[in-house]
Design a protein around this ligand. Structure first.
Ligand code: PRP
Length: 207
């Protein structure tokens, strides 16, 4: 399994704003979206394309277009929505799925409340989006759902991942790729990434 931590200066500046407790909810939303848009560049570097001939105003030109079936972005609700928005601002030839899930704050176990996925996942590049990979519980439960629906080419896209979350996903889903903007090494006793950025969903939606 490949794990890619982007650590790009542009992204690192934006991630610092995201982490700061001074950042308001509207600024947090905007910044998370911008980072996700920047990440699209790496996320789609192996996008399946095919040749397409078009005419420029002057001549014929052999370019490329996205192969069918289109790739699929799956957001883990709620917070994953912001990544999906940021990515589709840059590239929107995608199908979009949703997995509704929250983490029970006492047991830290993921609880599923919605699964709505595009058809034909087996032939698609699937990008599972969640800003935080903490214990990995939500991601692993969603990965199980995607596997049950026959997805085989899956990349997990996060803004911030913990070493433990990466380790857990790696152990159980050795074929899943992970792309994250940054990585922290610790989780606190409540399962939050530290220093982290707090609760992404609450900060995005101001709840
Ligand atoms: C947060 C976060 C991830 C999950 C990460 O979601 O957005 O989905 O926790 O933790 P884990 O790796 O330990 O599972 P939350 O439960 O706060 O739901 P929300 O997105 O609706 O706010």
């Amino acid at each position: 399994m490949s794990v890619q931590v982007l650590n790009h200066p542009l992204i690192n500046v934006l991630m610092t704003n995201l982490r700061s407790q001074e950042t308001s909810s509207s600024e947090f939303r905007l910044t998370a979206k911008k980072i996700s848009s920047l990440m699209a560049y790496e996320i789609f570097k192996d996008l399946k394309i095919e040749k397409k001939r078009i005419d420029t105003p002057l001549e014929s030109f052999l370019g490329v277009t996205v192969q069918d079936p289109k790739p699929c972005i799956i957001s883990i609700l709620r917070a994953g929505l912001i990544i999906s928005e940021g990515i589709t601002d840059i590239f929107d030839k995608v199908s979009i799925g949703h997995i509704g899930m929250y983490r029970d704050e006492k047991t830290l176990n993921p609880v599923n409340y919605l699964i709505k996925l595009p058809s034909n996942l087996e032939n698609r590049q699937c990008f599972l989006c969640d800003p935080m990979l903490a214990t990995g519980g939500s991601a692993m439960s969603s990965l199980e759902t995607l596997k049950k629906n026959k997805a085989s080419d899956i990349t997990l896209v996060c803004l911030l991942a913990s070493d433990e979350g990466i380790r857990n996903v790696k152990e159980k889903f050795s074929d899943v790729k992970i792309i994250c903007a940054q990585k922290d090494s610790k989780l606190n006793e409540k399962g939050f990434i530290v220093p982290g950025l707090g609760d992404a969903g609450d900060r995005i939606f101001d709840t």
